[in-house]
Design a protein around this ligand. Structure first.
Ligand code: SF4
Length: 249
C-alpha cells in the first residue's frame, strides 16, 4: 500500500509529452522554500481552506494505482508522455513505487527526486525509470542542513550512483534568492556535475513567490528567513562553461 496526496492528469510541465503526475506523500527534507507542505508528512492530514475542510492523503494498493494510471495509457503514449512520480519524495515509498511501475502498461516513467534516500531504495526505483529529474540545492553540507534539515551526503552519493546506472537524468536547481542562487553555489553545482555520464541538461528554477500559499491551510507557519521579494539571480554561465545545456524554467 502507498499514500498519495494528489494525482494530476494531462500535466505538460512534469517531463516529456503529456503526463500523469503522482504526488507521493512524505518527504525526509524540510526545504524552507517548499510549496507543497501537504507533502511533508507521510500520514493523511486535514487541510482547511475557504471551501471547507478536507483530508489529504489517499491510500492505494499498487494494483489500484497502476490500474488508474493505465486507464490513460493510450493518450499518454500517443502524446509521447507517460507517468511522473513526484512528491513529497517518492523514494520514501520506494517499494510501493517499484510495484506500481512493474504494473504499468509500458508507460514512460520519470522519477522526480531529491535524492535523499538509501542507495538500495534509490537503485530499486531508478532501475525501473526512463528518466530522472534530480534536485541539487546546495553544495555546502552545513548550508544544506540549515535550509533543508539534512546534509547532502546521501544526495551526492546517490548522484554518483545515478551517473553509473545508464539512466538519463536532468539536474534541477531551485534558485532561491540569497540561498541557492549565489555565484559560489551555482559554480559548485556546475563543477560537481561536469562530465557526469547520463547528464542531459540542467534546469534552473527561479523561486516562485507563491511558495507559502498552502501552509496556513495545513496549520503551519510560513516565515522564510530569506528575502522573498528579492529577484533570484539567474546565472547559467558556470554550466555553459562546463559544456552543459541549460534551460531556465
Ligand atoms: S525535497 Fe521537495 S518536497 Fe521535500 S521539502 Fe524539499 S522542496 Fe519540498
Amino acid at each position: 500500500m502507498g499514500i498519495v496526496f494528489d494525482i494530476k492528469e494531462f500535466a505538460v510541465h512534469d517531463g516529456p509529452g503529456i503526463r500523469t503526475t503522482v504526488f507521493l506523500k512524505g518527504c525526509p527534507l524540510r526545504c524552507a522554500w517548499c510549496h507543497n507542505p501537504e507533502g511533508f508528512s507521510p500520514e493523511p492530514q486535514v487541510m482547511t481552506g475557504p471551501a471547507g475542510t478536507r483530508t489529504v492523503g489517499q491510500t492505494y494498493s499498487s494494483d489500484e494505482l497502476a490500474a488508474r494510471l493505465n486507464q490513460l495509457a493510450e493518450v499518454l503514449q500517443a502524446n509521447e508522455g507517460g507517468v511522473t512520480f513526484s512528491g513529497g519524495e517518492p523514494l520514501l515509498q520506494a517499494g510501493f513505487v517499484a510495484e506500481v511501475i512493474d504494473r504499468l502498461d509500458h508507460l514512460h516513467v520519470l522519477l522526480d527526486t531529491c535524492g535523499h534516500a538509501s542507495e538500495q531504495d534509490f537503485r530499486l526505483v531508478v532501475s525501473r525509470s526512463d528518466l530522472v529529474f534530480y534536485d541539487l540545492k546546495l553544495m555546502n553540507p552545513v548550508e544544506h542542513r540549515r535550509w533543508t534539515g539534512a546534509d547532502n551526503t546521501k544526495i551526492l552519493r546517490n548522484l554518483d550512483v545515478l551517473s553509473g546506472m545508464d539512466v538519463p537524468f536532468v539536474v534541477r536547481v531551485p534558485l532561491v534568492p540569497g540561498v541557492t542562487d549565489t555565484d559560489e553555489n551555482v559554480a559548485a553545482v556546475a563543477e560537481r556535475i561536469r562530465g557526469l555520464p547520463g547528464l542531459r541538461r540542467v534546469d534552473l528554477l527561479p523561486y516562485n513567490k507563491g511558495a507559502g500559499g498552502k501552509y496556513k491551510a495545513c496549520g503551519m507557519d510560513f516565515r522564510p528567513s530569506y528575502d522573498e521579494s528579492a529577484k533570484p539571480r539567474v546565472n547559467p554561465a558556470p554550466f555553459e562553461g562546463a559544456g552543459i545545456e541549460v534551460h531556465v524554467r
